[in-house]
Design a protein around this ligand. Structure first.
Ligand SMILES: Nc1ncnc2c1ncn2[C@@H]1O[C@H](COP(=O)(O)OP(=O)(O)O)[C@@H](O)[C@H]1O
Ligand SMILES: [Mg+2]
Length: 272
């Protein structure tokens, strides 16, 4: 795997003396459109995703939520028929520029999928995976512990780090995947319906964890569960059929007083 560092300037130093609670933008899409062959899946999406907040993407099945999420760290590159136009700006640089290495990009913008997908390896090896690829093997045990603690899994697995990740429950596996995603210390975490394969207790743990993660990371989460979006997110983007971003605003505003009648209809269950 390529080890070229991503050529994107990161002004981390400004964190020290400037307020970062304000409206810093982590990711911005401009006129983002996506096609699969002849079929258009997203139409001219303009969106500014605030840093260290939870942004939810909701909308009916097939409206382009997963497609949108996959554009952010160029996961769509892997789909042959997929074509992207427009920009995804991360730290002021378009991630589709020729000099951006998608592998390095994905280290800074990690991803968690719907179905927990641990590697058939030990818990420790799952979490250490990304660190080893980057040769960040100093204090590996400590880094593994930190990631597992941040993923709210440490207490449950600390005595079985060498047993297989696949032996964990579904909810634990998903938290393991979250630990794996955050171990290399990304800046943004993309989650595509991360709780939809889980039971209610595990779902609630993931929801708590997502809110917790937003202290350190920018979280973008797709969900088809509107109550979940209302509970965990700061901002909500509503996509509707045809791949249109119909409204994007504070979650409270979207759920209590949306501007667009179609959003109101969707939220109140008139369709979708
Ligand atoms: N790999 C793919 N190849 C072709 N079409 C796809 C692919 N993935 C998604 N699509 C199409 O793009 C549209 C948006 O899909 P998707 O992003 O999965 O929506 P959502 O996540 O909101 O359900 C749908 O019409 C879907 O059929
Ligand atoms: Mg989807």
């Amino acid at each position: 795997m390529s080890e070229t560092e991503l050529e994107i300037d990161v002004d981390r130093e400004e964190d020290a003396d400037e307020e970062t609670t304000s409206d810093e933008i982590a990711v911005e899409t401009r006129d983002l459109s996506v096609w699969y062959g002849e079929d258009r899946a997203l139409q001219d999406i303009d969106m500014k995703v605030p840093e260290n907040k939870v942004t939810a993407m909701i909308g009916p099945s097939g409206c382009g939520k997963s497609t949108f999420l996959r554009c952010i760290n160029r996961m769509n590159d892997r789909i042959d028929t997929c074509r992207v136009e427009g920009e995804v700006r991360f730290r002021g640089k378009n991630v589709y520029d020729d000099d951006v290495d998608p592998v390095a990009l994905r280290r800074r913008i990690g991803m968690v999928f719907q179905k927990p997908n641990p590697f058939p390896k030990s818990i420790r090896e799952n979490v250490a995976y990304g660190l080893k690829i980057q040769n960040k093997t100093d204090n590996l045990d400590e880094s593994v512990e930190t990631a597992l603690r941040r993923a709210a899994l440490w207490d449950e697995v600390k005595d079985q780090l060498d047993s297989s990740g696949l032996d964990l429950s579904g909810g634990q596996q998903q938290r393991l995947c979250i630990a794996r995603a955050i171990a290399p210390d990304p800046e943004v975490i993309l989650m595509d319906e991360p709780a939809s394969a889980l039971d209610p207790v595990a779902t609630s743990q993931i929801e708590d964890l997502i809110e917790e993660l937003a202290r350190d990371y920018t979280v973008m989460v797709v969900t088809h569960n509107m109550q979940q979006a209302a509970r965990i997110s700061d901002k909500t983007a509503v996509f509707l059929t045809g791949g249109e971003l119909v409204e994007f605003d504070d979650t409270k505003k979207i759920f209590e007083n949306p501007d667009d009648q179609r959003v109101e209809d969707y939220i109140t269950g008139k369709f979708g």
